[in-house]
Design a protein around this ligand. Sequence first.
Ligand code: PMP
Ligand code: GLN
Length: 381
Amino acid sequence: LVERLRPFASTIFAEMTALANRASAVNLGQGFPDTDGPDGMLQAARNALFGGANQYPPGPGTPELREAISEHRLRYGTEYDPDGEILVTTGATEAIAASLLALTGPGDEVIVIEPYYDSYAAAVAMSGATRRVVSLVPDGDRFALDLEAVRAAVTPKTRVILVNSPHNPTGTVFTKTELAALAELCVEHDLLAITDEVYEHLVFDGVQHLPLAAFPGMPERTVSISSAGKTFNCTGWKIGWVCAERQLTSAVRAAKQFLTFVSGGPFQPAVAHALRHELPWVESLRQSLQARRDRLCAGLADAGFAVRPGAGTYFVCADVRPLGFTNAEELAWRLPEAIGVAAVPVSVFTDHPEEWQHLLRFAFCKREEVLDEAIERLRTL
Ligand code: PMP
Ligand code: GLN
């Protein structure tokens, strides 16, 4: 393995899931749902599979899916031409990697906010750019953006800021004030923004998801990324997308065409169907996830953790110190065999593990009985 990828030899999700399986543990580590998406979407995939949609689809994605994505983004007041401003990708993961490969290279700096989704650091390394990491800070009951720290991280070499909201793993949803300040900073320093919005629909307590691209000065400098996996319980389909101004989209497409060329033929019509017809199903998913977040948070608190529930995503971060532990990473590797529960240590998503070593990330995108079983086991800690 080349040196720049050596730190990324394996992912925490693969390792923790393998350990959970070996120990027959309840897996609240890797974030994937244990129920299927809407029937209508599954039926549409079946129809496409048996209807001949099994060869290479068009490079930018099928016209029908690009139109459905464009219509969907109108909900935020942002307009994208399906012909040239939308690109279908192999999940958000490819969209993030292709965007970084297309827009950054050696000598450029990318600002990444930690804790960060694990693929960001690897994708920045693949592009040859350098990551500059800024930490979220605890602020009352949430983790907040430290705008002064972001500002201090900007240098003449900064090209891109990578923004994930709703945020994995903290569940933070950036406020209008935080996003407006980020937008001003991008405009002031002529930065591009790459936004990861895969949890855009999974927001709770009346909180709204706002895309950075909707702020003044941002439409022309933002690559907005999302995907079907989390919205429609189909993480294995790997259908994602990029929405951006024409030149940016065409740059990302140049990279994408030599990574995977095209993506998931029979799944594209099914996701187009889902975006057009299944948003009521998504609303019931959202409500049920909010209830499951509350159930898991209450169980974790009862088991002795200090919990800071987020306003979105699949995840909640729990502080292990009230239980007498100091190192959540060490605990995470022992938990599956010790009590039959798997969780992910937050420190692995950071460049400053010592600052984050007291937190474990638990996924609540599981059936209630699965959460209850995990809670029962955690009570024995
Ligand atoms: N970004 C974040 C923040 C995620 O949690 C995930 C994992 N689902 C992804 C990107 C990857 O999304 P996809 O499966 O569509 O590639
Ligand atoms: N996004 C999911 C998580 O954060 C898992 C994705 C993966 O396994 N790479 O748990």
